[in-house]
Design a protein around this ligand. Structure first.
Ligand code: AAM
Length: 336
């Protein structure tokens, strides 16, 4: 398999990697998210991932944002690429339970609520506008923006939003065994509320069943003046679907071959239905020399914190496949 599915052509002189961090109460529901060693700890994963990427180590808490079976967080991949390319990533706090440990732009959002109980993101419209403000701001700093996400439980909110927007979507998961029944249960509750209220506006769909990352990321894409690439799997598909529903220009997507190959999801089909261009990165973790990363090929983790987009950016910046693979391996070993 080729490292990149396709030969991208982006003209840029000032690249930027940014990640939108958020929480949803859903990640604490046992069995929904593997983006953290326990359900309670998943809410800290965006903070710990951002700390790892910024500082190269985690000192604020005594555990790692790895999966329950200790498969390494995709943030190690992102960290290795930002150091390899000399990029200072920017983090945007869309709404979390706890305060980040590294500098972030803040839109002063709230964590997403459980959509089975109440509106998930009551201020979705204000968060979209705040995201537009961030997008204009970042336009002064860069002409290419690789925009990532970190929202444990975010594939479930992505399912809710994609289905409510009319797509026959199946989303991916941080687990090898996608907890499809749990996700479908949440999705049915959201669909019922969307149908009862006769909602079609994408930001109203986010209000009912999304998470805070979605409107902020959509706002950033809609206001950024240069080229944007959305770095992520089925969660970023939801962002493009929101943009399309709003009549805005969509961004191309980049994710890993592991999301593309996930038989429990249908990333390619939904990307085609939405009409978004997609690139896939295959870093060949089966032969990279680390048992944890090799599990990505079995379907654990697969993607996250813009790992696919970070590798894609490194290629755009002229790094070779082997430079990329050896940087990832040494970062993962130093993080053990
Ligand atoms: C982000 N950090 C992660 C991680 N992600 N650390 C460990 N494993 C991951 N998979 P789910 O809906 O199953 O929780 O998957 C979405 C999460 O997984 C997101 O936070 C994404 O960035 C990734």
């Amino acid at each position: 398999m080729a490292f990149l599915s396709d030969n991208p052509s982006f003209e840029f002189t000032r690249p930027l990697f940014a990640a939108v961090l958020g929480n949803t109460a859903l990640s604490m529901v046992p069995g929904i998210s593997g983006a953290g060693s326990t359900p309670a700890r998943t809410v800290f994963t965006p903070i710990l991932d951002a700390e790892l990427i910024t500082k190269g180590a985690i000192h604020s808490m005594g555990y790692k944002p790895n999966t329950p079976t200790n498969c390494p967080t995709p943030a190690v991949i992102t960290r290795s690429m930002t150091t390899l390319c000399g990029i200072d990533p920017v983090f945007i706090n869309a709404g979390m339970y706890n305060r980040p440990t590294v500098p972030c732009l803040d839109v002063y959002g709230e964590p997403g609520a459980d959509p089975r109980e109440t509106d998930a993101v009551p201020k979705a419209r204000a968060l979209f506008a705040a995201g537009e403000g961030v997008g204009r701001h970042l336009s002064r700093c860069a002409d290419l923006l690789v925009l990532a996400e970190c929202v444990p439980g975010g594939t479930t909110t992505a399912l809710c939003v994609l289905r409510a927007l009319g797509y026959d979507a199946r989303v991916s998961s941080s687990f090898v065994n996608n907890p499809v029944a749990l996700k479908e249960e949440v999705c049915r509750a959201v669909q019922g509320r969307v149908d009862d209220a006769g909602i079609t506006d994408p930001l109203d769909v986010v209000r009912i069943g999304g998470d805070p990352m979605m409107p902020v990321a959509a706002g950033i894409v809609s206001a950024f003046s240069g080229a944007v690439v959305l770095a992520g799997g089925t969660q970023m598909l939801a962002v493009d679907a929101i943009l399309k529903g709003l009549g805005k220009e969509m961004a191309p997507l980049v994710t890993t071959a592991y999301v593309r190959a996930d038989p429990s999801a249908n990333f390619e089909a939904v990307a085609a239905a939405v009409g978004a261009r997609a690139y896939y990165v295959d870093p060949g973790f089966d032969t990279i020399g680390d048992a944890g990363l090799a599990r990505y090929c079995e379907g654990e983790v697969k993607e996250g914190m813009g790992a696919g987009g970070a590798m894609f950016l490194a290629r755009l910046m002229g790094r070779t496949d082997e430079e990329i693979r050896s940087a990832i391996l040494s970062t993962v070993l130093s993080f053990r």
